[in-house]
Design a binder for this molecule. Structure first.
Ligand SMILES: [Zn+2]
Length: 361
């Protein structure tokens, strides 16, 4: 029995009407501009829990940017009855419950819980499904950006693409990332879940050469490669569960609270060292001058010191790049020059750098 659905291919906003059937272990659908596709039921994740009379939105771990919306209530009921994981999917709360399993039993002993929260999230983060990374990353970016304008000119986007391609040279296993610039008057750049890297207009304005931005991006890609943002989210979910176990209350959605996001984005010194080491390797393999990163941080330290940004800005709670990347001064000293014999290459052509500097104009 076929049910009606709407399919979004992740490339355009176009809604395509499709007919959906269960086909053994697969969900198969086809229709308008859509040749037959077969998604494993096992890999499906509901975006919201199914609710009678509401369209049921699904993502799939193998196709994180695509969406299938099922409008046929009977089909939804059949799917959920045979595959209980389709009742709620992964949400921070579920992960919290998962951690709660561990942490709940340990709640009487705060010392052990602390150890669990310190050690568990990192290996767990590497195992989280793509759909979860994608969804929580989008939530975090939306919460962070608030009402600030996203800066995106075709030339500027092209320049970012060139810079990423140059960085990837010599690091073929670089994780997929997307870099988004926002018009925010606080100097910062950070990675959130799902490989999203957010760069503020003030950071672009303060960079005097593409190698400076290359250094900052290589560092953020290091956080992505080590799953640091995801680990921090899980750590926070664990802490929320721990505090609700103790106080008997329910925690709210972490992404709705910018102050909580600040906790997620503040990395440990160990995470900073890992990201720095990754960045130094990446720049060296790409023959991009590592001293760009060094010059940039020295300059910024002189300009801003450890100061808190103006209180009315969107990112005030989060602070500038020194608040989210601690230990800057000692870290600057550790950045080594390119090895002898390696001739530095420009991170991007001058014309593209000029276009990128104007991305928020
Ligand atoms: Zn960092």
């Amino acid at each position: 029995m076929a049910g009606e659905g709407i399919y979004f291919d992740g490339r355009s906003a176009k809604a395509r009407i499709v007919s959906v059937i269960e086909d053994g272990l697969m969900l198969s659908f086809q229709g308008e501009d859509t040749p037959q596709q077969r998604w494993s039921i096992k890999g499906l994740h509901p975006i919201d829990p199914p609710s009678p009379g509401q369209p049921y939105r699904l993502s799939h771990e193998d196709y994180p940017s695509q969406r299938l919306v099922i409008r046929d209530g009977e089909l939804v009921a059949r799917l959920v009855a045979r595959s209980p994981h389709l009742k709620g999917g992964y949400s921070l709360r579920d992960i919290g419950h998962l951690l709660g399993w561990t942490v709940g039993g340990l709640a009487a002993c705060a010392g052990l819980a602390y150890v669990a929260l310190t050690l568990l999230p990192q290996p767990l983060a590497a195992m989280m499904p793509a759909g979860w990374r994608e969804r929580t990353g989008l939530q975090m970016e939306t919460a962070m950006a608030g009402s600030s304008k996203r800066c995106a000119t075709p030339e500027g986007e092209h320049a970012i693409g060139t810079l990423l391609a140059n960085l990837a040279e010599g690091t073929p296993d670089m994780p997929p990332v997307s870099v988004h610039v926002y018009d925010i008057p606080v100097l910062n750049a950070f990675a959130v879940n799902g490989g999203r890297i957010i760069v503020t207009s003030k950071l672009i304005a303060q960079a005097d050469a593409p190698e400076e931005l290359a250094g900052v991006l290589a560092h953020e890609i290091g956080h992505v490669a080590h799953h640091h943002p995801e680990a921090q989210s899980l750590r926070l979910a664990g802490m929320e569960i721990l505090s609700s176990v103790i106080s008997g209350s329910n925690g709210g959605s972490f992404a709705s609270n910018v102050a909580l996001l600040a906790t997620v984005l503040r990395h440990s010194r160990a995470a900073e060292s890992e990201a720095d080491a990754y960045a130094e390797d990446m720049l060296t393999h790409a023959s991009i001058d590592t001293q760009g990163m060094k010059r940039f941080f020295e300059k910024v330290l002189k300009l801003e010191g450890g100061s808190k940004p103006e209180a009315n800005s969107t990112l005030a709670e989060i602070g500038n790049i020194f608040a989210t990347h601690p230990g800057t001064e000692e870290r600057i000293k550790q950045i080594k020059p390119l090895p002898p014999g390696v001739t530095p290459k420009p991170a991007m052509p001058d014309s593209e750098w000029r276009a990128l500097k104007k991305i928020c104009a």
